[in-house]
Design a protein around this ligand. Sequence first.
Ligand code: URP
Ligand code: ZN
Ligand code: ZN
Length: 472
Amino acid sequence: MSVLIKGGRIITATDDYVGDVFIENETISLIGESLDVTADKVIEASGKYVLPGAIDPHTHIELPFGGTVTCDDFTSGTVSAAFGGTTSLVDFCFQMPGQTFAEALETWHEKIERCKPVIDVGFHMAITDLKEGGTLEDLAKVPDEGVTSYKLFMAYKGAVMVDDETLFKSMEVASETGALVMVHAENGDAIDIIVKRALAEGKTEPKWHALTRPPETEGEATNRAIQLARVAGAPLYVVHVSCKESTEPIALARQKGWQIWGETCTQYFFVDLSKIVDAPGFEGAKYVYTPPPRAKENLDHLWECVAKDVLSAVSTDHCPFNWDGQKTLGKDDFSKIPNGGPGIENRLHMLHHFGVRQGRISLNRMVELTSTNVAKLFGLYPRKGTIAAGTDGDVVVWDPEKALTISAKTHHSNVDYNLFEGTEVEGAPEVVLVRGQVIVEDDELVAQPGAGQFIRRARFGEQLAPVAKALA
Ligand code: URP
Ligand code: ZN
Ligand code: ZN
């Protein structure tokens, strides 16, 4: 199968030019002006952007969490991602209490076998326990499986939180094995005390989720993780950064040239504390995710941080729980509301409309934040994350004028609400290709589950070799 994308504006992290892209055998084989080639399918892209497929490095698909399971499986979650122009994701494989890392990986592989993805999928290893099931020796073997990042939670006490000993030992293993350490940075001990006190005072509504997790607890944990990573000699990626208290230590570390990167998520640019505090009844439960929505001044601050490369990636932290039936587990107690919000489909819609069209970031920077930097940090580059000869044919033909009203009624996730409900944007994918296969075209899914594959990622700092077919 070969595809010719004709006359589009090709945008990478560094380039912006008009040309043709020819994809054969899953791989971009030629780029040029008015290519004289015959293709099985021709896509006219004049007036459209030709973007490298976006990569979401932070999702929670079919995850048992907070007493329930996220409501997208790898088919529905990846279909939703594809409709937003995301062609690869990296999901968190959780080591459940007592499980070995090998057992955890087996469980996640079983999930993508049972509910096959339509886009490419990789895994991070979420380390929850080095005492019962997981050993340091086994942790060192995880990158051999193409899983080259370890995630640790410094919050969620009594569930998946690890102590500093586990965090530090894992960082030391990462520095030896070439894995990237990822942290959820919040001081879980302090938050646990504040939450229990609030509940004892009868404060049970959803807004108390946000009000019991002060930004300083995120700042403290971010700084602690940075300093420990420094001692361990491990590269560190701080996930879902939400506030100034956390961006400040990241900015300082980056100024010093340390191997520290930060990510924020779409929702932190748009949803502020008032959304949960002012929500009527149990509506606020929709915004119970962690870290919580922050005071309004953080929104502009985060835009500045992504523009200035204090933060280097934008993910979704897609962790979908239905409002009706799942969020309601915490009807009488905010601490029982499963933590997480949806968003896998709307990252590019929102960043393009409010970021690029409104002049907050350039088109090149949008590509860098959602694709190129993610590919480089997570061992997918240069096979993914750019448009060049020899790379995977993961391409989004993006119509910058296409109007869309974001809504749970029309999104493709199983979840029953959308964080950006009713938002009108201009700019959406027209065609989405994964390794040269058309997945979405003119708002229709045209691929079958199984079009996506498991991706074995390279170790931190190493490059993922182009597929053999591309070299032949
Ligand atoms: O609330 C969130 N973010 N849920 C997903 C788990 C995590 O903390 O990333
Ligand atoms: Zn987290
Ligand atoms: Zn998450």
